[in-house]
Design a protein around this ligand. Structure first.
Ligand SMILES: [Zn+2]
Length: 440
């Protein structure tokens, strides 16, 4: 199907992204990539030069948004992570990242917030319109301390600095300032910082605090000096969440140890939580199964008494999962804004596209209604991207990032999960995917 600059999607049910139910018998008019009007079919009149697309019984909704991905082009499993592919040519990883981004797009995610070097450049290429890809809000690589989440003890420090896909080592106020400025110069839209550890290696446990309050504040100050630059903080323990919130970050990634006071503060200040629930809830069953063959490799003797995440006791694992779910409920109860973020990072561990869609399912499994999860995946995620003025809802004046869905997405969480239900995906009014295939 060739879609013209002016087109109308006719007789559809519209889900606008605000968390409501679909509205039937509507027409959505798009002109030059922008949503021009959403009106009742009764009031619709054909205009010259408008291509009409009759879609009886179909649903139109905003493109989904994944606020936490790494289009890093690496490969890895739970055991070795990326250590085996760090020596690959950077070019290989960059080319692979195109495949990753397009896989996400094919599942109905028309925008992503990326944390990797590749995102800075993919953004330019997709922006040129020469091949289909999601809209990319690029953080570039995130800031990690030496020995932090984006460090790899298996390699020398120099090697990590030169080759890490999604992190840069920055210690102290001066290096943090310099890296924020460098990344902004390179085209970063946002800045990402690892305030806490994240379970990649022995000095990188979730309970470890990785930056001082002063360092996080410097990062935020430096980013916010350039108006509109948001900061996202990976923070997995209570202290690092508290420090990040007080330092003025805009989004908290993971954030599984909130308390009432922090949740209230986040709700007050409009700080968004990107809870990555699918990753956290399935951590012990899928990502880091304890007792798996070779598991001692990730718990090497060099670290003696320190282990990554050695919760071999099933009762303890169940307790942690329950507390993560309770934390999510607390955030919802306190009115914290919650966005969809999958933390897809490399295959085969996390499959691009599928993992984004799984996060949508998980938000519902953890207690959201389907309309609420759609709002998280559209409007609230657009806020996490700092892009709610352009995308995230179906409204006059917004970019026509649209999904045409064959079945009612609100009827079952499986509708959006199954890509066969997505008939068309528009990005900025351009048909990008049709029946699961890239359209140009
Ligand atoms: Zn991540």
């Amino acid at each position: 199907m060739i879609v013209m600059a002016k087109f109308a999607l006719l007789n559809v049910s519209v889900i606008d992204g605000y968390g409501g139910w679909p509205e039937a018998h509507m027409a959505v008019l798009v002109k030059d990539g922008i949503i021009d009007r959403i009106i009742c079919m009764d009031r619709y009149k054909k205009e010259d030069g408008v291509q009409e697309i009759l879609l009886d019984g179909y649903y139109v909704m905003p493109g989904l948004i994944d606020a936490h991905v790494h289009l890093a082009g690496g490969r890895g499993d739970y055991l070795y992570g990326e250590t085996e592919v760090l020596a690959e040519p950077k070019m290989v990883r960059t080319i692979r990242s195109v495949y990753e981004a397009q896989k996400i797009l094919k599942r109905g995610f028309t925008s992503v917030r990326d944390i990797s070097w590749n995102g800075l450049y993919l953004k330019r290429i997709f922006g040129e319109g020469i091949m289909p890809g999601p809209r990319i809000i690029a953080c570039g690589p995130g800031l990690t301390r030496t020995g932090g989440h984006a460090d790899l003890y298996q390699y020398t420090e120099e090697y990590v600095k030169e080759n890490h896909f999604w992190g840069v080592l920055a210690d102290g106020n001066d290096e943090i300032k310099k890296w924020v400025r460098r990344l902004l110069r390179e085209g970063a839209d946002q800045i990402k910082i690892w305030s806490s550890g994240g379970g990649n290696w022995a000095h990188d446990r979730n309970e470890d605090v990785h930056y001082t309050f002063d360092e996080i504040k410097t990062c935020v100050h430096e980013a916010h000096m350039i108006k509109g630059t948001m900061v996202s903080a990976h923070a997995e323990n209570n202290e690092s969440i508290r420090m990040s919130v007080d330092a003025g970050v805009d989004t908290i990634e993971h954030g599984e140890e909130l308390d009432e006071e922090i949740a209230e503060k986040m709700a007050d200040k409009g700080i968004i939580l990107v809870p990555t629930m699918n990753l956290l809830v399935n951590w012990y069953t899928e990502i880091m199964p304890s007792g798996a063959e070779g598991a001692e490799i990730i718990r090497p003797d060099v670290f003696l008494h320190r282990t990554v995440d050695d919760k071999t006791n099933e009762e303890e694992q169940a307790r942690i999962i329950k507390s993560t779910m309770d934390n999510f409920t607390l955030a919802r109860d306190k009115g914290v804004k919650i966005a969809l973020g999958s933390d897809t990072v490399y295959e085969p561990l996390t499959t691009y596209g599928e993992y984004s869609a799984l996060e949508f399912k998980q938000l519902v499994r953890c207690g959201m209604t389907i309309p609420e999860a759609i709002k998280a995946a559209t409007l609230t995620s657009s806020e996490a991207l700092g892009m709610s003025h352009r995308i995230g809802t179906i409204e006059r004046g917004k970019a026509a990032d649209l999904l045409v869905v064959k079945r009612n997405p609100v009827s079952s969480v499986d509708v959006l999960y199954d890509p066969q239900n997505i008939s068309m995906i528009f990005s900025g009014g351009r048909l990008a995917v049709e029946d699961g295939r890239l359209a140009f």
